[in-house]
Design a protein around this ligand. Structure first.
Ligand SMILES: *Cc1c(COP(=O)(O)O)cnc(C)c1O
Length: 361
């Protein structure tokens, strides 16, 4: 018989913790983890295959530890005058964030974020022995600059994680909140822009704040807009010195040659890879409008998902949707559920299933 977890000499600070665990059930319509449900376009997939095949010829050798080509490709994609020295990447932005915390937080230090926010932040913080401190949001999960700055100043964190726009609520984060939070701390301020491509086009990314702010880090991912979640590629832009700090904690050759080749090939087709964003945004807005007509309370979203309130019994509605072949997410906020915008067909399936349940309160 294998031992129970409690019987192993596990770190004291990990006892009682639960792992990240979004269900991976096989259902016809999976709208629970904010993936881009559109597949990679065929012409791009063909180029990625060629690039990976080429990389395989040298797979007996360790890959470019500095993933130079990939950093150049990210700099070009992001624009804003960024150079490859300011770029860094890892296996998903979760690993990017973990490396930032390993370098700038760590045992005995403090990581701060405004709850409710991305469920991985506390797990990443505790996983490296840091204390997680949760700040508060205002009405409808919004944040104003005065309150945000005061809360950060009081907490004296070593790292602040700002999710912009926020998961699981979809809430936009005004740029002055980021400016004021930066001024109110000596710590590292990470702006997680995992969903930025779904925000209104004329809004200002935190990338525009980078010049002159050497403690500011903007992280992005290929998992959402780029439909590349399975490839595991996340990245950040910051002062080149931040990358020097991350070199102290990353594992050698952490990005495989195959990952680097696949990501570079995909980025060469950025406009094609991002062609589904407009459609997803249209489906998101259709979800919000229809939910409202059904009597629910959708929250404003700049992402590819919608959190909606007014759900009398979230567990029962979740189950009812599941039985109709639709997987959504119960993020544990009272009377809410979260749904990702899918293809037009998937979105219709969700809306039809929900209408047939009638659980608005
Ligand atoms: C999905 C998501 C990520 C991306 O994680 P990857 O490791 O890049 O797949 C990062 N931050 C937030 C807030 C997310 O929702």
């Amino acid at each position: 018989m294998s031992p129970r977890l409690e019987d192993l000499p596990l770190r004291d600070d990990l006892r009682g913790m639960s792992p990240y665990g979004a269900p991976q059930a096989r259902v016809p319509v999976a709208l629970n983890v904010n993936e881009n449900t559109h597949p990679v376009p065929k012409e791009v997939a063909d180029d990625i295959l060629d690039a990976v095949a080429l990389a395989l010829r040298d797979v007996n050798r360790y890959p470019d530890r500095e993933f130079t080509q990939l950093r150049e490709a990210f700099a070009e994609y992001l624009g804003h005058g960024l150079t490859r020295e300011q770029l860094w990447a890892a296996n998903g932005s979760n690993e990017v964030l973990q490396q930032v915390l390993q370098a700038f937080a760590g045992p005995g230090r403090t990581v701060f974020g405004f709850a409710p926010t991305y469920s991985m932040y506390p797990l990443l913080a505790r996983g490296i022995g840091s204390r997680w401190v949760a700040g508060e949001r205002g009405v409808d999960f919004t944040l104003d600059a005065d309150s945000a700055a005061a809360q950060v100043a009081e907490a004296h964190p070593d790292v602040v994680l700002l999710c912009s726009p926020n998961n699981p609520t979809g809430t936009p984060m005004p740029i002055d909140v980021i400016e004021r939070v930066y001024e109110s701390t000596d710590g590292i301020v990470v702006v997680d822009e995992a969903y930025w491509e779904f925000a209104p086009r004329d809004e200002r990314s935190a990338l525009t704040l980078l010049p002159g702010r050497e403690r500011l880090v903007v992280s992005r991912t290929m998992s959402k807009a780029f439909a590349f979640a399975g490839a595991r590629v996340g990245y950040l832009a910051a002062d080149p010195t931040v990358a020097d700090a991350l070199r102290l904690v990353r594992l050698p050759y952490h990005l495989s040659a195959l990952t680097q080749a696949a990501a570079v090939a995909a980025l060469a087709h950025a406009p094609t890879m991002l062609a589904t964003v407009d459609d997803i945004v249209a489906q998101r807005d259709r979800i919000s409008a229809t939910l409202e007509a059904l009597g629910y309370k959708p929250f404003e979203s700049w992402t590819n998902f919608v959190l909606f309130g007014g759900v009398e019994d979230p567990a029962a509605t979740w189950q009812g949707l599941y039985e109709r072949g639709v997987l959504v997410r119960d993020v544990g906020l009272p009377r809410t559920l979260r749904v990702s915008a899918g293809t037009e067909e998937e979105t219709s399936a969700f809306l039809d299933a929900l209408a047939s349940i009638d659980s608005a309160s």
